[in-house]
Design a protein around this ligand. Sequence first.
Ligand code: SAH
Length: 396
Amino acid sequence: MISARGARRWALGHPWVFRSDVVVPAPIDAGAVDVVDQRERPLGTALWSAASEISVRFVSRDPGLVLDRAWWEARLRSAVDRRSPILDAANHGKPDSNTNSDTNACRLVHGEGDGLPSLVVDRFDRWLVVQLLSAGLEAHRAVILEALQAVVPTDGILARNDASVRAREGLPRVIEPLVGTVPEGIEVREHGVRYLAAPHGGQKTGAFLDQREARVLVGTLARGRALDVFSYHGSFALHLARRAESVTAVDVSAAAIARAAENAALNGLTNIRGVEADAFEFLRAEEAAGARYDTIVLDPPAFAKNRGAIAGALRGYKEINLRAMRLLAPGGMLYTASCSYHVRKPEFLAMLEEAAADSGRRVILRGITGQPLDHPEVLTVPETGYLKGAVLEIQD
Ligand code: SAH
């Protein structure tokens, strides 16, 4: 049973109910429950996590649902169908490295964005990487895996259940094979470039799939001397290098830069130079040296991990963007992104306006980007949206 406030939140389209809005807890630790309001009116079926601050995650307005294999299959199938523009609709998302689609990797399930709260499924070629991020979901693990294999035939499934939110659900943080074996490196095809995803030890589930569309866009705009800052394993750099004369890929992680070099070799690209450096120091030094670039990408990690960090994060974002604007030659292009959920799109754009004002340059907003098709953002569930970006042109 939940409070009027909790019920209202759900009526407005948000599936989460916090512990403070639970009036009578469910008699189980975790699993599917029927939720009612204080007048015993049915509100729907939800996943229950007794240990979590987010106690209830609604999955349907229908009460009394049995979350059996058929139910999970139907939800998973509609999530996979939503990706049909990316993964050849004809093969229904079936892992098959011989299709003609532009890529063999994408997110198949984006949690609440697909009506499957706290479930993430990423496909890398013939393998899947999953994250079960709540106790209520974890309770259905076996049936979810059965349903998933029925919807997406696969050679192996790996659980990247090492995310810190698992601890808040009272769940262990582990990386473990669930079905078959998943290779250490999987070759991803992405609109004409190839790179190795690292599902076991890499960041996220092995690669940053959420920037795929931005990488393709930026690849078509790149020219001259290019700079890819916060490069990770060089995935923007690879797209830039197809059109630009030279690309400098900067990351603070030596392992990331080593993998960027491997990925450049995999594509036969010889115009990418890796630099292991702190981005702030690198940009400051380049500015002091009077360096000039024609194309710059800024794809930093989330600077604001919580609300309290927003002001500091905005200062960090402004500093790197200001320096990038100053480093660009007239006519140069900057693609800049933020994946901090807590920094919303208006604050991000306001930060760019301030950086432009301070830069002394005339900066044109050529486009605003968001999440790709496989990371659906539900308008009434802000947590499903975190990534935003802008394409800027330096006029003079
Ligand atoms: N652009 C990449 C994803 C970048 S993720 C892609 O599309 O695949 C952010 C990267 O920033 C990580 O690889 C991390 O190692 C790096 N990073 C974090 N802090 C940094 C810093 N201060 N300077 C340089 N790199 C940093």
